[in-house]
Design a protein around this ligand. Structure first.
Ligand SMILES: [Zn+2]
Length: 416
């Protein structure tokens, strides 16, 4: 057995049961031990989503206690990736689903503490830097009707300076900052961060990409710490994903399209994608950060932007790899089962094919049924930061909340 993933024990497809009598309805929602996973897979959407919601809200309480209560409200790591902003982002999601005002209040208290802790940070992105704190702070203030805080966070956002030697990737670089601008414009108003400002950042990214790219082959390429990554976290998939949300000139859009086609032409025979240009022989990683899952989310977006069927077909092929090798021995969204479930949700949204909805549900049910047990038995890694959004159970809670209405789900801090 691979040490990275569990062989997928679940059937290719299980139709939902549709109970016709009250007794059948009761049976459908009663999970007895023994074959509890099979029962969950056949459960109708309404009771399953109630069950996932309850698990998510319980988990949220635990996460708040572990990351905020027990620490005496001290901020050791403020980032959304592995720190307290992840708890805040989960609370904001919970507020959006349940409209519980306590979640919003607690969220804004945590963001305030993260604001104080990050004021001297030189990291500028949504996921790992200051922009995440200021952007979420502003959006939460707007929802809470707190005009003073809204103005404060926006003024802090405007103070963020991008250094000349910043990388271009998502976690620490320019597109990670642009994503924060997009988040503000989506949740506040379209011109909160004017396009004249973001345009200068896009210019820089395109210039860097073309300098390292090869015209006619792969027109855009980027480096992070000396390696030309392909994945969502540090490489091409993440950079192309954010660029497609920006207003691009026709020649820039064409470069994005050709870069994605290059990736499809040079993927592994399995349908998976290399982690980097330098690592083109090792078909090993099936993560959002490195490998097919992050690339699929970008291909699904490309299918919408370019209306080209080849992008959906490549995404569907990669989804087979994720179904077979994506049941990772980790829970999180960066390199865990929760993140990989989002691939099926994205494919369900663009194709309407219930096979993908089932597969997302299957990954979520696997976690619901087994994650706690597998982690406590040491069969599954609970994450170095076990309650964090990107590496720990925070991601699992977020996925469960997104399963309530799968047609609206979005990979946290990545799909807009
Ligand atoms: Zn990762």
């Amino acid at each position: 057995m691979s040490d990275r993933f569990f062989p997928n024990p679940m059937p290719e497809f299980v139709p939902e049961t549709t109970p016709s009598t009250p007794q059948e309805e009761q049976e459908a929602v009663t999970v007895t031990h023994g074959d509890s996973l099979s029962k969950l897979l056949a459960m109708p959407h309404a009771p399953l989503s109630q069950r996932l919601k309850r698990a998510a809200l319980d988990l949220k309480e635990t996460i708040v206690i572990e990351t905020w209560g027990f620490t005496g409200q001290q901020v050791e790591d403020f980032t959304l990736y592995c720190g307290l902003m992840g708890t805040a982002f989960l609370l904001f999601k919970s507020y959006q689903v349940t409209h519980n005002a306590n979640d919003l209040t607690l969220c804004s208290q945590i963001v305030k503490a993260c604001d104080a802790a990050s004021v001297a940070s030189r990291d500028v992105t949504f996921i790992c830097g200051r922009a995440g704190v200021c952007a979420l702070g502003a959006v939460v203030a707007k929802h809470g009707g707190d005009g003073d805080s809204l103005r404060y966070y926006l003024s802090q956002f405007e103070k963020i300076k991008l250094s000349k030697n910043l990388p271009d990737e998502l976690l620490y670089g320019r597109v990670g900052f642009l994503w924060a601008c997009l988040f503000l414009n989506k949740h506040l108003s379209e011109d909160t961060i004017p396009s004249t400002y973001t345009r200068a950042v896009v210019d820089e990214i395109i210039k860097n990409g073309r300098a390292m790219g090869r015209k006619g082959i792969c027109p855009l390429m980027f480096e992070w710490y000396g390696e030309k990554y392909w994945g969502a976290a540090h490489g091409l998939a993440g950079i192309m994903h954010v660029l497609m949300d920006m207003e691009l000139k026709p020649d820039e859009l064409e470069d994005v399209r050709c870069t994605l086609k290059y990736m499809i032409r040079n993927r592994f025979p399995s349908g998976n994608y290399p982690a980097s240009e330098e690592d083109r022989k090792r078909d090993a990683l099936v993560h959002w950060c490195h490998g097919a899952p992050g690339v699929v989310l970008t291909l699904v977006k490309a299918a919408k932007v370019f209306g080209d069927k080849e992008f959906v077909d490549a995404a569907a092929e990669a989804a087979e790899v994720i179904w077979n090798r994506g049941l990772l021995k980790r829970v999180g969204i960066c390199h865990g089962i929760s993140g990989n479930a989002y691939v099926f949700l994205a494919l369900y949204q663009i194709t309407g094919n219930v096979k993908y909805l089932y597969r997302a549900k299957a990954f979520a049910c696997f976690l619901l049924d087994r994650a706690h047990k597998l982690i406590s038995e040491g069969e599954m890694h609970g994450g170095d930061r076990p309650y964090s959004l990107f590496e720990g159970k925070g991601g699992m809670a977020y996925l469960f909340l997104d399963m309530i209405d799968p047609s609206l789900s979005k990979f946290p801090a990545y799909e807009l």
